[in-house]
Design a protein around this ligand. Structure first.
Ligand code: CDT
Length: 325
């Protein structure tokens, strides 16, 4: 039986701070219809695809940002997307902020992707694991990257789910830079990793990285795909959003590490690739046959240690979650 999944990476251009959800969902629907015309089974939207990238602003009262978070999924604004995707028989992966209230009244703020099957059922809600940027206002920066103020890191790690005839995993933006993200999923047999991102071209802590943003984006995703024998779908919200330029270059990558499709613009654009999930076996059954070749006993530091501990350091180094970057 064929295991070809036709995947659309639905890149978005900028979303304005005051752009209503209904207008954004209209844009998502335009891309969905394009995907239907091009035979897609699955459409992947970027990180925080319903709003502007609001962590670029500091709001002393965090609840003033609550309107950027969804309280449930689907909801009134996104129901048209759920309905139309189900009617067309297309699944989708949607990045958005999520605000949950614990039974004791504690508010929890997450950066998530919701994966929806072709019949409209929700497969999973993945919470971002690696939360980049800083946790308090840093006025010297030209713009803020306050994800560590607005979001908690996932307590769940990287799951995989049987969906779309294969095994699907998710990661969000900064997660793609960490080899552990891919490997955690690969050790669960992942075949297709879906990743939305918002990557500002300017990185205030080290501007020498600015011209390398596109290179680093391709480097990590292509390496992650190849070293783990999996497809990777990276989808940007690109272009100049509220004065901040962000990387586009959405890419669908094969288990060989080769890009199959790459966006040409920094605006709303759908790229499509036919992903034959059986291609993964060419790698996971040979050079990256983990069961045969991995040496977990040689990698014990990977889960026992967080920061760098040099041979003359008596205790393992650790960096606190709230440390600024
Ligand atoms: N959204 C997101 O995670 N962006 C980060 C920016 C760099 S850290 C300030 C990224 O890894 O692309």
């Amino acid at each position: 039986m064929s295991r070809v999944v036709t995947v659309g990476a639905a890149q978005l251009g900028p979303i304005a701070r005051d752009e209503p959800r209904t207008d954004v969902v209209e844009r998502l629907l335009v891309l969905l219809h394009d995907a239907a015309d091009r035979g897609c089974d699955l459409v992947v939207y970027p990180e925080l695809a319903l709003t502007t990238f609001f962590p670029r602003w500091y709001l002393e009262d965090i609840t003033e940002a609550d309107h950027f978070y969804e309280r449930s999924m689907p909801n009134a604004a996104t129901q048209p997307l759920f309905d139309e995707a189900k009617r067309l028989g297309i699944g989708f992966c949607l990045g958005h902020a999520l605000l949950e209230t614990d039974p004791d009244g504690t508010e929890r703020r997450w950066n998530v992707q919701t994966l929806v099957e072709r019949d409209g059922s929700i497969v999973a809600t993945f919470k971002k694991v690696h939360i980049p940027g800083h946790a308090s206002h840093e006025p010297h920066r030209p713009f803020q990257h306050l994800e560590r103020y607005y979001f908690e890191p996932s307590p769940d790690g990287f799951g995989v789910w049987d969906a779309f005839g294969g095994r699907v995993g998710m990661m969000i933006c900064n997660d793609r830079r960490w080899p552990e993200s891919y490997r955690e999923m690969a050790l669960q047999g992942v075949e297709l990793i879906l990743c939305g991102y918002n990557t500002p071209l300017h990185y205030a802590p080290d501007p020498s990285q600015d011209p390398l943003q596109g290179y680093h984006n391709q480097l990590v995703m292509c390496a992650g795909a190849y070293q783990n024998g999996t497809f990777v779908v990276g989808v940007a919200k690109g272009g100049e959003e509220e004065g901040v330029a962000s990387l586009a270059e959405s890419t669908i990558i094969a288990p060989s590490g080769q890009p199959l499709a790459r966006a040409q613009t920094d605006g709303d654009e759908l790229i499509v690739a036919e992903c034959d999930l059986d291609w993964c076996k060419n790698y996971t059954g040979t050079l990256f046959d983990f069961d045969l070749y991995r040496r977990p006993e040689a990698y014990t530091r990977l889960t026992s240690q967080r920061g760098v501990a040099t041979p003359c350091t008596s205790t393992a180094g650790s960096t606190g979650f709230s440390r600024s970057r």
